[in-house]
Design a protein around this ligand. Structure first.
Ligand code: ZN
Length: 591
């Protein structure tokens, strides 16, 4: 019932926000305030006003007559095309199945075998039903010994929604039209190209700066990627009998190489990360580094397993948060931080303290044992808590720029990725672990293996991300790119990748991030924010992971300042200089 009500009302909300974003009367009010009182207002309020006026302009509020009508028509058509693009990807993913025998699936984990067998049985068929959905596709590509099965699945996966499949779900014409529309919208708003428009509210200053960043990173990662590939080829040839490593062998050969080099069991590691110990350890770290206390608090909750906490400094309430840790039926998968309310000073002078909601999907406790977390789960918890701290520790009184509000898209992952670093520190891991049977902390030998495995094939992984980021940026920065999407991708691959994808690879036809997901001319943000978080962490490496002085500076200049200044100003105030790429390279074993 809740879902039906939500779906029914969603168009009303979308329409409301579209009209609000380009409302001429409201825009005129904002501009009037800016003109009359602008210079006398405190800096955070000036920033909030400037952001609001900028967003009106980007929503077409400055346009009039036919240009305004055309801009609105482009927005509506682009939204339809994006929706259609993702439907094609979904239909193409759902539209493929391959029934394999048990012998063909030699090597695949038992839980996947069982699920695929049940899927075939449900249709009254023999064998195992393989699909392109990740819980099946991923493990088959990683573990199936049969090269033929891997090749079949790979080929279907990388040609989804392309001209090599059913014509009625080919995304090719949609991409061409979308790129042309985005270019036209950029021109209407007075920008040279769509990338330039997309970067206006972001931290990166120009498309040239982003391309320079990606190409510089590619140059540094390349020798490591070449080493990764040479090592993989050698291993595949001598240990697996694969002498001509193909794209559909990569996942399989990599998994086998990883097992051979860093054998340790996730199940074994999990016995050390009991949820109460991890949570207590996380709170200790936050309390020490950011000078707060976290205690249990009471509030109505939506499920028995949800907990509520308060964050104080010197007895004064700063913020509160919910923690909804476990997976359960009907709960959306994944992990995220959401705001329940933001900090601001109300017109009557009273302060609204912020409230965050942290959602994870850990396995719930079984029997009398506490919940056990994988190391990935622990990293996820720290990540989301980083977003939570950004929201909760802000000292800004203006709701438009308090916490994460108004923070540039390509910088918003700084506090979250920053927090992940604690999960790789040997002495921090000691605090976070107590074996469920013996109570002992994680042994150093296991820590060493985990740290060594962390950077496995980081060169290849980095180049892959750069290939996607550079492709995204180029097709949105070159005004005739809608006529030659494949050609741009081919050029980027020639420039960046060390292992050429097969000619039939149509990755761009299912690149939903940029054609249907809001990442257009913004895919580089993943790497960009990693530079910031790694460089911020390097300040703690210099001073000690639990350094109170460094923690105070990070808190004051970044977490407390929120969106009241640009991300670059915040970072520079914390680090004493602009961000540098060195720390990221060093952390990923590429220095
Ligand atoms: Zn995040």
């Amino acid at each position: 019932a809740l879902r039906a009500a939500y779906t029914e009302n969603l168009p009303k909300l979308t329409d409301f926000h579209t009209r609000l974003g380009a409302d001429e009367r409201l825009y005129a009010k904002y501009k009037a305030i800016q003109a009359s009182a602008g210079a006398d207002l405190p800096a955070p309020r000036r920033k909030a006003l400037a952001n609001a006026v900028r967003d009106f302009v980007l929503s077409g509020a400055e346009l009039s007559g036919p240009a305004k009508a055309r801009f609105a028509a482009i927005q509506a058509r682009a939204a339809d095309l994006e929706q259609l693009y993702s439907e094609h990807v979904l239909d193409a993913t759902d539209g493929f199945s391959h029934y394999a025998s048990l012998t063909e699936l030699d090597g695949v984990p038992a839980d996947v075998l069982q699920a695929t067998r049940e899927a075939a049985q449900a249709e009254g068929l023999e064998g195992h039903k393989l699909t392109l959905h990740y819980p099946v596709y991923g493990p088959v590509m990683q573990y199936a010994r049969s090269r033929a099965v891997r090749q079949t699945l790979y080929t279907a996966y990388v040609t989804r929604a392309s001209e090599l499949g059913p014509i009625d779900r080919d995304n090719g014409p949609l991409m061409d039209e979308l790129l042309a529309l985005r270019q036209e919208a950029a021109t209407l708003l007075g920008h040279a190209n769509y990338a330039e428009l997309s970067l206006v509210p972001k931290m990166a200053r120009s498309a040239a700066e982003v391309q320079g960043f990606l190409r510089d990173l590619a140059k540094r990662a390349r020798p490591h990627a070449e080493q990764d590939l040479a090592e993989l080829r050698r291993f595949a040839a001598t240990e697996l009998g694969l002498h001509d490593l193909a794209s559909w062998d990569l996942g399989y050969a990599s998994e086998k190489l990883k097992e051979a080099r860093f054998a340790f069991s996730d199940q074994e590691v999990k016995r050390y990360f009991t949820e109460p110990r991890v949570l207590a350890g996380l709170f200790e770290i936050v309390q020490t580094v950011f000078e707060v206390t976290i205690t249990a608090d009471a509030a109505p909750v939506w499920h028995d397993s949800v907990r509520f906490f308060r964050v104080e400094r010197a007895g004064r309430l700063l913020a509160q948060f919910y923690l909804d840790p476990y997976a359960r039926a009907g709960k959306r998968p994944g992990a995220w931080m959401d705001d329940v309310r933001l900090r601001w000073v109300r017109p009557d002078g009273s302060t609204q303290t912020p409230v965050a909601s942290l959602t994870c999907n850990f396995a719930a406790p079984v029997g009398t044992e506490p919940a056990l977390l994988t190391h990935d789960d622990v990293i996820t918890l720290f990540h989301e808590f980083g977003h939570g701290l950004h929201l909760m520790l802000t000292r800004i009184d203006d709701i438009g720029v308090s916490g994460l509000s108004g923070v540039e898209w390509d910088a918003v992952e700084l506090p979250s990725q920053f927090m992940e670093n604690f999960c790789w520190e040997a002495d921090v891991l000691q605090r976070l672990t107590a074996h469920v049977d013996t109570g002992l902390p994680l042994p150093q030998a296991l820590v060493d293996k985990m740290v060594a495995a962390k950077n496995f094939q980081s060169g290849l992984g980095t180049l892959r991300q750069i290939e996607m980021g550079l492709f995204d940026l180029r097709i949105h920065a070159e005004i005739d790119a809608s006529q030659r999407v494949q050609q741009v991708l081919d050029e980027v691959r020639t420039e960046i990748s060390v292992l050429r994808s097969p000619d039939f690879n149509r990755f761009q036809h299912s690149f939903s991030h940029i054609f249907a997901g809001g990442y257009s001319a913004g895919y580089y943000s993943y790497k960009w924010a990693e530079v910031l978080s790694a460089d911020a962490w390097s300040a703690f490496e210099e001073a000690g992971a639990l350094s109170v002085a460094t923690g105070r500076r990070f808190r004051e200049e970044i977490l407390e300042a929120g969106g009241s200044r640009s991300a670059l100003e915040n970072f520079t105030a914390f680090r004493g200089r602009e961000p540098r790429i060195d720390a990221l390279l060093r952390h990923q074993g590429m220095a």
